[in-house]
Design a protein. Structure first.
Length: 340
């Protein structure tokens, strides 16, 4: 698959300047065949920097990342990379671009930039949040972002009143709330977040996640669409049957929406032995997926159902490229499973 060309008058972006001659090092660490696949993971591409999350990628930073990737790597669609790896025919310096969760800005902001560079990405979509839904962590973020006054009442969550005196304090409050709620049982976590939202007397955004039409737009533009469950649960924290239903239902919903197979899966949160286990890798295989991705760092992993992903956060070309090279040299964590 390949992204369609941008029909606007934008010129193709100029190659980035300032990079080191890293191709020999990258070729050594990423020789092709079955070894050396770099997979980038993103979640959002913002229209402008967000003071609450200064490290979040905006469209200017994303453009710079794509320029650096295109100048140093052979960027492939993830489905193509999985098939080539299985056949032992990956090109040297192979790389892929992926997005998790299904944010609307993936279609609004990221897609035009990908098209301008002539690159393809795979978007892993949690189907339960399409068409006006909102992920629980985003509810927390937007509750704190929009809260008036200098304190946030988090007593419902057992955390008392959290200070909100400045941007740093709001950022800390978000971290405290998400850290406290993240590994609670899914039903308990969602109920607490719903109660917090119900106590607020201000509106929260309803358009953070993609619409069904935007998912179809990505697919029609030649992008990959992958499954990411329905409700984005931590699979290791729910019964195996429920985990299987989440994985299968997300796949089925996307295949119905697109009228096409959905061959790839991303484990929610994605940390091996923390967020998913060997039984979940087995479920993914049994459901007929061709491959799956985790969020483990590293570039060395022989299991196509636990492919690691990584994103250098640097905007400086030499550091970006060097960090990618070092990541390629790192063996990724994975759970024991049969086959590859």
């Amino acid at each position: 698959m390949s992204a369609g060309a941008n029909t606007a008058a934008d010129a193709r972006p100029a190659p980035p300047r300032g990079g080191w001659p890293v191709r020999p090092l990258l070729r050594l660490l990423s020789p092709g065949g079955r070894r050396g696949l770099s997979i980038m993971i993103y979640h959002r591409v913002l229209a402008a920097p967000d003071p609450l999350f200064p490290g979040e990628i905006d469209r200017e930073a994303f453009s710079r990342h794509l320029g650096l990737l295109k100048s140093s790597f052979n960027v492939l669609a993830l489905q193509d990379a999985v098939r080539l790896a299985r056949a032992g025919r990956l090109p040297p310096r192979a790389a892929c671009i992926t997005f998790d969760d299904g944010y609307a800005d993936n279609a609004v902001e990221a897609l035009p930039i990908l098209q301008r560079f002539g690159l393809t990405a795979t978007f892993f979509v949690a189907t339960g949040f399409l068409d006006g839904g909102r992920m629980w962590n985003d509810t927390v973020i937007e509750l704190v972002r929009r809260a008036p006054g200098a304190l946030f009442d988090a007593r419902t969550a057992g955390l008392g009143r959290l200070p909100l005196g400045d941007v740093a304090a709001r950022r800390a409050a978000i971290g405290t709330l998400i850290g406290h709620l993240k590994y609670l049982p899914m039903e308990e976590r969602l109920a607490l977040v719903e109660r917090l939202a119900g106590e607020a007397d201000y509106a929260l955004p309803q358009d953070l996640m993609m619409s069904s039409g935007q998912v179809r737009q990505l697919h029609a533009a030649g992008m990959g669409v992958g499954a990411h469950t329905v409700n984005h649960p931590i699979l290791a924290a729910i019964p195996a049957r429920q985990a299987g239903d989440e994985i299968a239902a997300g796949k089925q919903r996307l295949e119905t929406l697109l009228g096409a197979p959905v061959p790839l899966f991303a484990y929610p949160n994605g940390k091996p032995d923390v967020d998913y286990r060997a039984e979940h890798v087995g479920i993914v295989r049994e459901l007929g997926f061709e491959g799956a991705v985790s969020t483990a760092w590293g570039g060395r992993c022989g299991d196509l159902y636990q492919l690691p992903r990584f994103t250098p956060w640097d905007l400086d070309a030499p550091r970006f490229q060097l960090r990618l090279a070092l990541n390629l040299a790192r063996r990724a964590q994975r759970v024991p499973s049969s086959g590859s």
